[in-house]
Design a protein. Structure first.
Length: 358
C-alpha cells in the first residue's frame, strides 16, 4: 500500500472512532448542536468546487486521480493526435471556529500531471504545483426560521512549482539555427539540457467570496457563491538568445459564480447524501514576455458530483467526480509550420473525500 493510502486508512479509522464517541454523547439529544452545519433540520454537505461559507472547526483530506484528454493535436504534415495525461490531485483542508461569527480556514494542495505515452510526454508540458491558501470566514447573517445564512470569505493563495516541457528544447534549437548561434548545440552535446526543458513557476492571488447557504427543508439545500480573484503568476523559461532565464508574467483577474445542490436522506434514516455542483469563471489574462504583451479573455466551466455517507453529522466520507470543460487548446503547428490549436481539452478527476467536523 502506498504512503498516502496508509495515511488515508489510519485517518479514516481514527475519525470514525471519534465520530462514534461524539454520536454516543449526543444520541439522547434530539437536536444536537452542530453549529453552522445545520439549519432548519438540514446538515450541509461541504462542496468540492464551490466555496463554503460555513464557520466550522474541521479537518479534511482529498485524494484524486486526474485524466486529461487533448483531441486533434496538430502535427503539421503528419496529421493530428489525441494526447492523454494522468495526474494526482492531493489536498488537506482545515478550519478553526473562533466564534459563531468568525472562523479561519486553510488549504494545502499538490497537483502533478504528466503524459501517459511517449507522444504526450514529448508534446505536452508536465506540471507539478504546490499551493497554500488561508483566510477568514465571516458570518454576516443567519436566520434559523428560514434556514438561511450569508457569509463573506476572504483569502489569499501562494504557489510554487515546476514545468517540464521537452518541446521547448526543439524550439530553442530552431531559434539557434535561425540566429546562427551554436551555444544550444554545445549545451546539448555537453548534456546541459535541463535548463531548456525545466523551469520554475510561482504565483500569488487574492480572493473574495459572498457565500449563501439555504436549507429547503431537512432533505435538500443550496449553496451559492459569487466571487472575484486577482493574481500574478510567473514562469522562468531559459532563452538561448538571452543566455539566461527570463520572466514570463501573467496577470489575471476573474469573476466566479458557483452553485451546489445537495440531497441528504439521513433525516429519513437513509444515510446517503448526493451533491451536484457547477462553477463558471470569466477571466481576463494579460501575458508579458520580453516586452511583448497579449491579453485574452476566456470562460471556464467546471461540473462536479459527489456521493457521501451521512450517517454521522460530524463525518463526511465519500467519492466525488469533477470535470473541467472548455479548457484552452494546446498549441501545435499546421502543415505550413505555423502555430495551430488543438481541439478543446477536457480534464476529469475522481476523488476520495474524508472530512471530520468538531
Amino acid at each position: 500500500m502506498s504512503r498516502w493510502g496508509t495515511v488515508t486508512v489510519v485517518a479514516l479509522l481514527i475519525l470514525v472512532s471519534w465520530s462514534r464517541a461524539a454520536h454516543a454523547e449526543t444520541e439522547d439529544d434530539p437536536h444536537p448542536k452542530w453549529g453552522d452545519r445545520t439549519l432548519a433540520g438540514h446538515t450541509f454537505i461541504d462542496p468540492q468546487i464551490a466555496p463554503s461559507g460555513l464557520v466550522t472547526t474541521h479537518v479534511g483530506i482529498r485524494q484524486g486521480v486526474l485524466f486529461r484528454r487533448v483531441p486533434d493535436y496538430p502535427l503539421g504534415p503528419f496529421g493530428s493526435l489525441t494526447l492523454m495525461q494522468v495526474g494526482a490531485d492531493e489536498s488537506l483542508d482545515f478550519g478553526l471556529k473562533l466564534s459563531d461569527h468568525v472562523g479561519l480556514y486553510g488549504n494545502l494542495h499538490l497537483t502533478i500531471h504528466a503524459g501517459m505515452n511517449a507522444e504526450s510526454i514529448l508534446l505536452l508540458p508536465t506540471y507539478s504545483t504546490f499551493a497554500g491558501e488561508s483566510g477568514a470566514v465571516i458570518r454576516l447573517a443567519r436566520f434559523e426560521e428560514t434556514g438561511t445564512q450569508l457569509s463573506l470569505r476572504l483569502g489569499g493563495e501562494v504557489s510554487r512549482g515546476y514545468v517540464l516541457q521537452l518541446s521547448a528544447l526543439l524550439s530553442e534549437v530552431i531559434t539557434s539555427v535561425e540566429q546562427g548561434n551554436v551555444q544550444t548545440f554545445l549545451d546539448v552535446a555537453n548534456g546541459d539540457i535541463a535548463k531548456y526543458v525545466l523551469w520554475p513557476t510561482e504565483g500569488a492571488s487574492g480572493k473574495a467570496w459572498l457565500c449563501g447557504a439555504q436549507a429547503l427543508g431537512p432533505y435538500i439545500s443550496l449553496q451559492l457563491g459569487l466571487g472575484a480573484r486577482y493574481g500574478r503568476f510567473h514562469e522562468h523559461p531559459y532563452k538561448s538568445e538571452q543566455g539566461a532565464r527570463v520572466d514570463a508574467e501573467a496577470t489575471q483577474h476573474a469573476y466566479v459564480g458557483s452553485l451546489a445542490i445537495a440531497v441528504d436522506g439521513a433525516p429519513g434514516d437513509v444515510p446517503i447524501g448526493a451533491v451536484a455542483e457547477w462553477r463558471t469563471t470569466r477571466q481576463s489574462t494579460r501575458r508579458s514576455l520580453l516586452g511583448a504583451e497579449e491579453t485574452e479573455g476566456e470562460t471556464e466551466h467546471v461540473a462536479a458530483g459527489g456521493l457521501y455517507y451521512t450517517g454521522r453529522r460530524n463525518l463526511q466520507v465519500g467519492v466525488g467526480l469533477t470535470a473541467q470543460l472548455n479548457q484552452r487548446p494546446e498549441q501545435g503547428f499546421d502543415p505550413a509550420g505555423k502555430p495551430a490549436d488543438s481541439g478543446t481539452p477536457t480534464s476529469v478527476t475522481g476523488s476520495f473525500v474524508l472530512r471530520y467536523v468538531w
